[in-house]
Every structure is written in C-alpha cells, then in structure tokens.
Design a protein around this ligand. Structure first.
Ligand code: FES
Length: 348
C-alpha cells in the first residue's frame, strides 16, 4: 500500500519561531523518505483549521501538521469538521514547545525521526473529544485529540500564550505555570457527565430517573443555571424539578467557615433573622431546627435551602455535635393554592 499524496500544513512560528528555520530541512527529509506533498504556511490562530478543511474538500486523504500541539489540534479540527469518518489520516512532525500529542502516541519527538515515521503506512484510530463552549459570547464547538484542561490548567496555558515567544522547550510553560500559581483563584465549575438524577413533580414526588443532558448559563438569568433533562415525552409537562439520587454531604467551605459571623449578621435572608437571635435559641438548648421556626427561620420562599447550611455552621461554632441537630423538615417545592381559598371561599 502506498502512502497517499499529502498536504503539509506548517506553522512557522511554532517552537519559538524555530519551525520557519527548520522547515527547509524538514521538507528535504520528507522528500528523502519518499513522501509526495505540497505545503502551506499558516498565518495566524485558526488558519490551520481553514487550510485543513479546504484540503479535505479538495480530496487530500493525508494531512501532516508541522508545529506544536496547537497546530495538530487545528488540523484535526479541520479534518473532523469536514470528514469526521476516520478516512483521513493525520501525520505530525512535532516542532512545538510541548509535543504532548506526539508523546502520548509514541510519535518520535525529534523532527528528523518523525519525518521517517511519516512515510510508513501504519496508522492508528484515536478517540476524539468534543467541547461546546462560548468565545466572545458566541457558541463554539472544538474537538480535541489529546487532552482538554479546565480551571488552573487552562489558566496556565492562557498565561503562557500571552508571554513573548523568546524561549523554546518547556521554559515558557514553566514561566506560565509559576505566574498562574501566584495569582490563581479557584473557579466555580459545573461538570456534567450524564449525571443521573430523579425528576420530581410539583409535590416533590419522584416520577422517573433521567439523565442530565446539558447545563447552560444564560446572561438573561443572573446566577441561574438552566438544566435540561431527558424524560419520557408523557412526563414532560409534569416534571417540575429534579433531585440528586444520592445526598451530597454538606461540608462548609473553610474560607466561609473561618469568617466571623457577628450577632447582627442576617442568616435567614428570606425572613431577616439574625445570627444573634438563632444563637440565643441554640444556647437555650434548641437542637431541632424546626423549633427555630418560632423566629420564622426556614419559613421563607427558599424553604430553608439558603439558611440551613449557615445555621448548621452556627451550631458547629457553638461547639455542638452536628449529629445531635435535627434538620428542617423539608416541605414540597410548591403547593398550589386555589384562588377561591384566598378569596375566603371553602374547598369542596
Ligand atoms: S433563607 Fe431562611 S427560609 Fe430562605
């Protein structure tokens, strides 16, 4: 079997601009090992995706990325976007600073050896991951062929990308890592991988188990996540909410825990009850949180969801073993009240 004619996509600035210098030698090596090809330089971020798309559209069945992990990722995105059927081969000559993709697949990391490996016919089918995200407010779908990072990992890469490209190798990553370490603050991340939950009706009765399809955040709904569940069609209009299958153990955030809560602090926000009022009842021996309802604690619109963890922390601060404390009795999510009851009429 012969190696197909290849499109070689070269990122000249990869590896702290070293790829432009190395390309003439790489090109000679590729010809020497018998690869037939033409090549094109990339001209900026995202350009390798366009070149790859166009090449696949023009009938190329073998695309080679010369550059770093970013170049290989862009070429892969161009291929998958256009022909995600596994019929197009991706070759890599790694000249970037990280070379994680080459390392994980056992492709030689030195470009001389990598060129030799491109002319043999061995290929491997690899998994591809997909990320749906937003950039500048616009939805964006990107594929990844090696790994995807979030939180600290992503912040370190972002810092590294902004550094001037003076150095090659791992030095930029180390600088990016150290800079990020110095200023990084933990981010809130919602990770959803087909979580199974229980869909409930308006009374809180479980209707069915179902899978979380997606979790989205809309600008129009400040701090509210929209959760999409997959439920049988006949239940779609009855489902009012959902709950987790397993209770999530409550662990106070240590930063919040160390914050002083003075007596004037409002703990039950719905009913404007202060920490001092609750402390007095705790010190009087109240261990059943339902008894705190004499202060109207937990009787507000949130049904105690907001103040319950805070009151638990007040118990802890008072040195009470949390096992002794009886939590609020949970009430249904909502109870419908016919309008005639509000108008003073009797129910039939
Ligand atoms: S905060 Fe206490 S009931 Fe809502």
């Amino acid at each position: 079997m012969s190696v197909p004619y290849a499109k070689v996509i070269v990122n000249p600035v990869a590896g702290a601009n070293a790829t432009r210098r190395r390309w003439p030698r790489i090109s000679r090596l590729l010809k020497k090992v018998g690869l037939s090809f033409d090549y094109q330089y990339t001209e900026g971020v995202g350009h390798a995706i366009e070149i790859a798309r166009e090449a696949v559209g023009n009938g190329y069945r073998y695309l080679v990325a010369v550059g770093g992990d970013g170049t290989a990722n862009e070429v892969a995105n161009g291929i998958i976007d256009t022909a995600g059927d596994g019929t197009i081969a991706l070759g890599v000559v790694s000249t970037g600073t990280g070379s994680d993709f080459a390392r994980s697949l056992g492709i030689p990391r030195h470009y001389v050896d990598a060129c030799s490996s491109l002319a043999n016919c061995s290929t491997a089918l690899i998994d591809v991951g997909v990320v749906d995200c937003h950039r500048n407010g616009q939805p964006l779908r990107r594929f990844f062929i090696n790994s995807a990072g979030i939180g600290f990992d992503a912040a370190a890469v972002q810092t590294t990308e902004r550094l001037p490209k003076y150095f090659g190798g791992t030095i930029p990553y180390l600088i990016g890592l150290l800079r990020t370490l110095a200023g990084y603050r933990n981010q809130s991340v919602v990770l959803t991988v087909g979580d199974e939950v229980e869909a409930v009706d308006i009374q809180g009765q479980v209707l069915t188990s179902c899978v979380v399809e997606k979790v989205t955040r809309r600008k129009a709904y400040d701090r509210t996540l929209l959760v999409t569940l997959r439920v049988p069609r006949e239940l779609a209009t009855t489902v009012a909410s959902f709950k987790r299958k397993e209770a999530v153990p409550f662990e106070p955030n240590p930063e919040v825990w160390q914050t002083k809560i003075d007596d004037e602090t409002i703990v039950c926000r719905c009913e404007r009850v202060t920490a001092g009022e609750i402390r007095r009842l705790i010190r009087d021996g109240v261990r059943d949180m339902n008894q705190l309802k004499v202060l109207r604690c937990g009787m507000g619109a949130c049904g105690g969801k907001t103040c319950e963890p805070l009151i638990f922390s007040l118990y802890k601060r008072e040195g009470i073993d949390i096992q002794e404390v009886i939590p609020y009795t949970k009430r249904p999510l909502l109870v419908e009240i016919p309008l005639k009851i509000l108008a003073g009429m009797k129910e039939e």
